[in-house]
Design a protein around this ligand. Structure first.
Ligand code: SF4
Length: 402
């Protein structure tokens, strides 16, 4: 009886605000999480018990946690494989450029030695290259020292996108590789500096070789050997990229990730918390994927695959859709609700769904303040499969003669 009356009692103090959301004494909207919405829509008593410290129990709950962890691990491994693929392809293309340069050097030395190119002209070109390398080196140092990115308002690590999409991606995607060594205003190392330094080194090596190589036959031979060695090294990077690509495909197949687009983030428990201060809504989607310019929330559900998405699950994904919209200012057209690794439902996001979501949030805030949470259905079968049935004062029992 005591537990039952506790579960009917108010949770917080607050008043209804002018926009329909309930606020505390400081005027801040009462907080409601996306997972609380899922529980409330399933059954208000389930939500109230969860807030009151009654944990969900049963094998299904354990399986759900394991499946979430497994899926998170799979997404992390896929993102790591994608990073490895990109890294190795970049290295391979750079090294392949080195091979081409060495091949050109081999030809140049050969023609100089053969008398087709004048030796003095080759020395002059060599000196010019050394001078050019010096200019590039100075340019790279200047770029390293000056905060030119800030002056230009340019951040090369972000994918250009309107309305804060890039900010969200940058915050949500800690696994992404960056080339940045320093976050301060001064001395920031990035791709342009690396490219210029690389060119300066390459130019200076060529210049020195053309200017000072006395025995050009030997030089031709050495450069040729170097080109072959570098070709072999470049091949190892290509192999590593191909093996990363194979891992990406394996993870896609294993986790049914192909149709989810480019997953940008997966919640491993330490991800950024999305919040909307106006409604008080907050939460972390299981995953966020990118399709075109849109960031799409993905919610994973385990257990029996339903013929159509459960209402409570739909509302949870609506909550994430609203959170992404309020964070980025750009409404995603839909969200994904996944059951297992094979069934994916697309949940539309529009004005009507927004009103429905707000209505549930306001109702939850009202019940939090006024109390009186109670079961909202007459289905014993629902109670039978409820993970909080053990302690529930409102539980319905299936009649014995059925
Ligand atoms: S046992 Fe029934 S009444 Fe109680 S929380 Fe679960 S579904 Fe609601």
């Amino acid at each position: 009886m005591g537990a039952s009356s506790d579960l009917r009692s108010p949770l917080k103090e607050g008043t209804e605000g002018p926009n329909g959301f309930w606020v505390d004494s400081e005027g801040k909207a009462l907080k409601i999480s996306a997972s609380d919405i899922e529980r409330y829509v399933y059954c208000p008593m389930s939500w109230r018990m969860s807030v009151g410290g009654y944990s969900a129990q049963g094998d299904e709950v354990k399986r759900g946690i394991e499946e979430h962890n497994r899926m998170h691990q799979m997404v992390v491994e896929k993102i790591e494989a994608q990073n490895a693929f990109t890294r190795n392809i970049v290295i391979w293309s750079w090294w392949f450029a080195v091979v081409l340069t060495l091949a050109a050097d081999t030809a140049a030395f050969y023609f100089v030695q053969d008398g087709l190119i004048d030796s003095q002209l080759a020395t002059m070109i060599g000196k010019f290259l050394v001078l050019l390398a010096l200019v590039w080196l100075i340019l790279a140092i200047v770029l390293l020292i000056l905060p030119w990115r800030q002056w230009l308002g340019w951040n090369e690590e972000l994918i250009p996108a309107p309305n804060g999409l890039a900010d969200l991606e940058n915050n949500l995607h800690p696994l992404e590789n960056t080339w940045k060594l320093g976050e301060g205003e001064w001395f920031t190392f990035g791709r342009p500096e690396a490219l210029i330094l690389f060119c300066a080194i390459a130019l200076s090596l060529h210049g020195v070789a053309l200017t000072f190589a006395q025995n050009r036959s030997l030089a031709t031979f050495l450069v040729l050997v170097l080109a072959l060695i570098w070709t072999m090294l470049a091949t190892t990077r290509l192999q590593a990229a191909l093996s990363a690509d194979k891992r990406i495909k394996e993870k896609d197949k294993e986790g049914g990730l192909e149709e989810l687009g480019d997953i940008r983030y997966s919640d491993g428990g330490d991800a950024i918390l999305l919040e909307d201060v106006i409604s008080g809504l907050r939460g972390r989607p299981d995953q966020i994927t990118r399709i075109g310019d849109d960031l799409i929330p993905v919610e994973l559900k385990t257990g029996k695959v339903p013929k159509k998405p459960h209402k409570s699950h739909r509302f949870q994904i609506l909550a994430y859709l609203h959170l992404i919209e309020s964070f980025t200012g750009s409404p995603p057209p839909f969200g994904f609700l996944r059951y297992g690794s094979e069934t994916v439902y697309s949940i539309e996001w529009n004005q009507n769904e927004r009103y429905r979501l707000f209505s549930v949030i306001q109702d939850m805030q009202r019940v939090s303040v006024e109390g009186g949470a109670k079961r909202d259905h007459e289905r014993p079968g629902k109670c039978e499969s409820c993970s909080r049935r053990q302690d529930c004062p409102d539980r319905l029992f299936i009649p014995v003669d059925q």
